[in-house]
Design a protein. Sequence first.
Length: 132
Amino acid sequence: MFWYALMLSLLAVGGVQAFIPVGHMAATGFVGTLLYKWLKSTTSRPRPFAVESAVRAGADPLDAFSFPSGHTLHAIAFSVVAIAYYPTLVWLLGPFAFLVALSRVVLGLHYPSDVLAGAALGALIAYVSFWF
């Protein structure tokens, strides 16, 4: 929801000038969703709380699988794209993306490697998106 609010805010403040950055963010999100859903169905890695009895889920998962972290992938991808267009947002989006990644492990929904893979994929998708 945060990202939708950010994109709507950019459109409200930036008007027509924000169409390209917001469209870029939306396209990046679409590609990220396709990639992470494919990887989750391919790897089928169970979530930590499903494997370790000592780990409790701090939130309801969106699906049964853990690898990679889609929340982290999108937080990084959206942040990289948004900061490229609006560098002053780094102070907000940098910490936010870090906290999203950290929360996935703290909530028992992902292993640290899931989060690192999500972050790497999100950054890669964002950087490659600037070639198009």
